[in-house]
Design a protein around this ligand. Structure first.
Ligand code: NDP
Length: 322
């Protein structure tokens, strides 16, 4: 067997299977780009960790994140997307042909690559937090997604950055009380975001406070045990929801030193497009977005990436014919 027998050639390779990846696939397939989509280790992406999605237009009664992603997948398949299990472990975008390796072995040569690898919310890592997260019993890393389920209830949120402030403020409009746990004696967030939470009556800020345990009845969260890391005092706060807002990590490690990334690892796109600094490589969804991070915005940029890829291929073909 020669080298060229083992290398697969693909017109449009999509990496990632969240709303961005599947939407890119739907558009690319309908444009005859014969997309191949690798699902990664978490088929369906971050949405499969939320319970109910109620803010995606078209699902008027809400839908579970997992079911929604299965429907996206079916729609992508319907138009011929080749959906595969596998984890992209290495890329080389230095030549005319973009090289991608799957599971460290299979080599694919791509005319275009659409990156939709998403981001992962960071969690504290406490066993009790993970337990109620898995159970869908009151732990969430997305106030905009899940806040509505806690209306007229008391919740706790951990974090002191802009996201935590924004989410605490969002929750304060739905919940009777929001307790914010800040691990140091100051916020990291911008002054304006800090003053917004400070000036909100039903947000209580506890500084120098660490989370010891998420309390529950075995099914759902009932409170949070916290410790003041200066005085050592341990207290319990009643709450039905525990929100974690300590940052996200974009899943972009394999693109380090290959694509332009910002200081936290998000891929930098050319504003108003899905283009990266490498021709023929496009980005969509949370891998390039630390601001909006919504399923519907990810889907929108997935559409942009497929259209940009299609135009790139058309321009290349026109060059060859000229
Ligand atoms: P950040 O990294 O800015 O903040 C993370 C926060 O979580 C920090 O306050 C950090 O505490 C805290 N934290 C981290 N680990 C733990 C832990 N184990 N226990 C307790 N607390 C912890 O992340 P964000 O998601 O808030 O923001 C990411 C980027 O997006 C920032 O650049 C931000 O400015 C931007 N952003 C802007 C918005 C806006 O302008 N509207 C809205 C949202 C985000 P510590 O400070 O002690 O390290």
């Amino acid at each position: 067997m020669t080298m060229s027998d083992t290398i697969e050639k693909v017109k449009c390779l999509i990496i990632g299977s969240g709303p961005a990846g599947y939407t890119a696939a739907i558009y690319a397939a309908r444009a005859n780009m014969f997309p191949v989509l690798y699902q990664g280790t978490q088929p369906g992406g971050q949405l499969t960790t939320t319970n109910e999605v109620e803010n995606y237009p078209g699902y008027k009664d809400g839908v579970s994140g997992t079911v929604m992603m299965m429907e996206f997948q079916e729609q992508a398949k319907r138009f011929g997307t080749d959906i595969r299990d596998g984890w992209v472990t290495k890329v080389d975008f230095s030549g005319d042909v973009h090289k991608v390796w799957v599971n460290e072995s299979k080599e694919i040569h791509c005319e275009t690559v659409i990156i939709s690898t998403g981001a992962s919310a960071k969690y504290l890592g406490l066993p009790s937090e993970q337990k109620y997260l898995q159970l869908g019993g009151g732990v969430s890393a997305c106030a905009v997604c899940d806040g509505f389920f806690y209306r007229n209830q008391e919740v706790v949120i951990v974090g002191a950055g802009d996201s935590a402030c924004e989410e605490a403020h969002y929750l304060s409009k739905l919940c009777t009380k929001v307790t914010m746990l800040v691990r140091r004696d100051e916020f990291r967030a911008s002054k304006i975001m800090q003053s917004r939470v400070r000036n909100t009556k039903n947000i209580e800020i506890l500084y120098n406070t660490d989370t010891v345990e998420v309390l529950g009845d075995g099914q759902v969260v009932t409170g949070v045990k916290v410790k003041n890391n200066v005085s050592g005092a341990v207290t319990e706060i009643p709450a039905t929801g525990f929100f974690v807002a300590i940052g996200h990590k974009p899943n972009t490690d394999i693109f380090k030193n290959i694509l332009d990334l910002d200081e936290t690892g998000y891929i930098i796109n050319i504003p108003g497009t899905s283009k990266t600094n490498i021709e023929g490589v496009f980005v969509s969804g949370d891998a390039a977005d630390h601001v909006y991070r919504q399923a519907v915005t990810a889907a929108g940029t997935g559409c942009m990436a497929a259209l940009d890829a299609e135009r790139y291929l058309a321009a290349k073909e026109a060059e060859v014919e000229a």
